[in-house]
Structure formats: C-alpha cells, structure tokens
Design a protein around this ligand. Structure first.
Ligand SMILES: Cc1ncc(COP(=O)(O)O)c(C=O)c1O
Length: 411
C-alpha cells in the first residue's frame, strides 16, 4: 500500500526544519496539538526573559502589569478580528465561560440550549448556571455530517419562548466541526436570545475568529493553535451589559469598567498574556498565518488519508470521515467497532497508547462511536503519520480483537 501527497517537511526562516523550533520531546510522536498546544522555543525564551525581569525587580514589575496587559490586548485583539476595548485576557476558555455564566441572570423555567458536540466542561458550567435559577439545559442534536443549513434549522426548531441562551462551539472538540455560529446567533438575536460562542479552537485556524463567530460573547484559546504559553485566552464582547462581567479574581481594578478591570488580577504571573504577541508574531514572521493554514490543510489531508488507508481493510465503515467545511489542522478518522465508545474509553485509550507506543494522540467519542482526532501543526512531518500507522494502528486493532495490518509504506 502506498500513501502519497505528503508535503515535504516545512522550513522556517530561522530554523532548518520547522520542527526544530518546537522543544517537543523527539522520542515522542506529537499528533495532538489540539488538546494542549505546543510552544515554540523563541516564545518560551520570550516568556523566560519576562519572568526573569519580574524576578529581578518585583517592585519594578508588578505595579506596571496592568499597563503591560493592556498593551498585549492591543496587540492580540486584532489577530482575532476584535478591538482591544472589546477584549479581555483570561487564563483559558473555561475561565471565559465561567465569567459569562457568573454574570447571567435567569428565571425559573428558562432554558439554555447546548449541542451534543459541546465541550463537556463548558456544558457542565451551563448546567450549573441553570441549576442556580431553576432553569434547564436542553441539547440540540446535530448529526455529525449535517450541512450548515440543517444545523441552523435544527437550532431554529429548538428555540422556544423560554430559551434565553445558546452555547455553541465555533469548532467542536470531539468532532472537529466548524459550525455556522454567526447564522445561529442571528436567528437567536431576532428572538431576543443571546449566544455564547465557544471558539476555544478558533484563533489561528479561522481568520478574524471572533468577528467571524458572531454572537454576544466569544472566547478563544491563544494557547492552542496560536502556540502561546498555556494560560492565555481572550474573551470578546460588544454587548451593552458587558460592564456586568467580572474577572474570576476580584482585585484593585474592580471599580474600573470593562475591559480595564480584567487587566489587574492581584499578584499573578501574567507572562502568558504578555508572551502571546510573540507567539502570533513567530508564525507570522517565520511562515505567515495564511500560508500556515494552507500547509496545515495539506498535511492534515495527507495524514488522514494515510491513516484511513491503513484502517480500511479492517473496517466495515469508511474510516475517513469527510467533514463539511473542514478546518485546516484537524481530521476525524473512525476507530474500529467498539473502541472509544464513550469519552472515558477514548480518554483511557489516549493514555494507554501514549504509554505503550510513545505517540500523543486524541481519541474522541461521539454518539457511541470512537474517532481518532488527528491534529497537525507546522512541526508535523510525514514520519509522524508513519509512526502512528506503524505503532498505534496495530495496538488499536489488537484492542478491537483484529489482527495487525500489513506494513504501510509511505512514499
Ligand atoms: C471547544 C472547547 N472549549 C473549551 C475548552 C477548554 O479549554 P481550556 O482547558 O483551555 O479551558 C476546550 C479545550 O480543549 C475546547 O476544545
């Protein structure tokens, strides 16, 4: 069997191979950027230098933090198509959802709509919000391959006079689907219903992710695809009641308006926020973000096809799941029958295969079916996919009670 169509290893201006720029363990195969990101060495160095500056003179550093964070907002907000005055830094997507949930007032009998592709922790937060007010959460079911029109229709049909809030992902976590959040939010707004868009995966993958998303509030992780240090996310809103949003940590700027009150959160390590411009600049200067999205698409397509080809002889169903409007860097490949049927099973498989094969992967579960969610970034090379095929597929097949495949030759 031959797999073709792989791009050559990418080169950056300052690095011989793109992968040399990421201080990832070379003994491990990294095919799960989507879960926790990966930080390029120059960005790590930038953050180290900032931390050193703080350590050398804490009094010179901490009283100035709010100004530094405000300056970082000015730099980072345009990357997601937002204005700095509409944007605040929060540590992560979960925090952004919590900030919004904390500000909302519902009444008994009100309803929040979520989807069956939603991120579990964000959906759990919606459930807690509902419980606080005697409201309820209802799940809109979206078939895995539903077209945009059908998705919008399913939301439209699900709205009731008691619906107050929609929580919907721009790019879904278990299924890597790009959802038409702008259209959903427009339908909702016509009925006075508000929309929170979970864009955790969107920055870097969707140009101007926040403005493309629509909705009343949007948040996105900078520590995923833009490769910022972990602990950097943006919450963006133009809502007229945004002055009801408060940081999770009340501090000295609590009496300031939005967004300034988020720039001060006590004595914290804000170097994650302050290093985010360096991460955005790194990809832009070394490669270009538009070019990066094209390169990621080529690698994701070639990688997914090679993995699917290795699984086909053992699958009753076509393993390559051709998502409508695929995002640049993630693909979904169906696991053999019975594997990863629940989120817990999928998570366990991820850790077992890492320990057994030295490959970092993401397995997900949707409606009782397990998937391999392939993630690639600029550091991904054909040999990583070959390693997945050689090491992980036999292990996966063995678990499914099947024999190991023939060796796959990648050209
Ligand atoms: C869609 C989605 N929402 C929220 C999150 C939570 O992100 P964090 O762990 O950075 O809070 C994730 C993380 O993968 C996600 O994929």
């Amino acid at each position: 069997m031959q797999a073709t169509g792989f791009p050559a290893p990418l080169r950056l201006r300052s690095f011989d191979r793109a992968r040399d720029a990421w201080p990832l363990d070379p003994a491990i195969i990294h095919l799960n950027h989507g879960s926790f990101g990966a930080v390029p060495a120059p960005v790590v160095a930038h953050q180290d230098a900032l931390r050193r500056e703080a350590d050398l003179s804490p009094v010179g550093w901490f009283p100035r933090i709010a100004d530094y964070v405000a300056a970082a907002r000015e730099r980072v907000a345009p990357f997601v198509g937002a204005k700095a005055d509409d944007s605040v830094f929060v540590p992560n997507a979960s925090a952004a959802a919590t900030v919004v949930y904390n500000a909302l007032q519902l009444a008994a009998g009100d309803e929040i709509l979520v989807t069956d592709h939603g991120y579990g922790a964000v959906t759990m937060g919606a459930a807690r919000l509902a419980r606080r007010f005697g409201a309820s959460v209802r799940t809109v079911e979206l078939p895995l391959l539903a077209a945009d029109d059908e998705i919008v229709q399913r939301f439209t049909d699900a709205l009731t006079p008691r619906t107050r809030l929609i929580v919907v992902d721009q790019i879904t976590s278990p299924t890597a689907r790009l959802l038409p959040t702008k259209r959903i939010a427009e339908v909702a707004a016509q009925r006075g219903i508000r929309t929170l868009v979970d864009g955790a995966h969107a920055p870097g993958l969707i140009p101007d992710a926040a403005s493309a998303a629509g909705g009343d509030w949007w948040f996105g992780n900078m520590h995923k695809w833009p490769c910022a240090p972990r602990g950097s996310a943006l919450l963006v809103t133009e809502a007229s009641d945004r002055h009801d949003l408060w940081p999770l940590i009340d501090s000295w700027a609590a009496n300031e308006p939005f967004p300034v009150r988020f720039d001060t959160q006590g004595t914290i390590d804000a170097t994650t926020y302050l290093s985010t411009p360096a991460a955005i600049d790194f990809v832009e200067q070394e490669f270009g973000w538009s070019e990066a999205r094209v390169a990621l698409t080529q690698m994701a397509d070639a990688g997914a096809e090679a993995i699917a080809e290795a699984l086909r002889p053992f699958s009753d169903e076509e393993p390559l799941t051709p998502l409508p409007n695929p995002v640049a860097s993630m693909r979904l490949i169906r696991l053999p029958q019975g594997l990863g049927a629940t989120r817990e099973d999928a998570d366990e498989l991820r850790m077992q295969l890492l320990d057994e094969t030295g490959v970092e992967t993401a397995f997900t579960s949707f409606r009782g079916i397990g998937y391999f969610r392939l993630s690639v970034h600029l550091y991904t090379e054909e040999s990583d996919i070959a390693a997945f095929v050689d090491r992980c597929i036999p292990a996966v097949l063995e678990r499914a009670g099947m024999r190991a495949p023939h060796t796959l030759t990648l050209s």
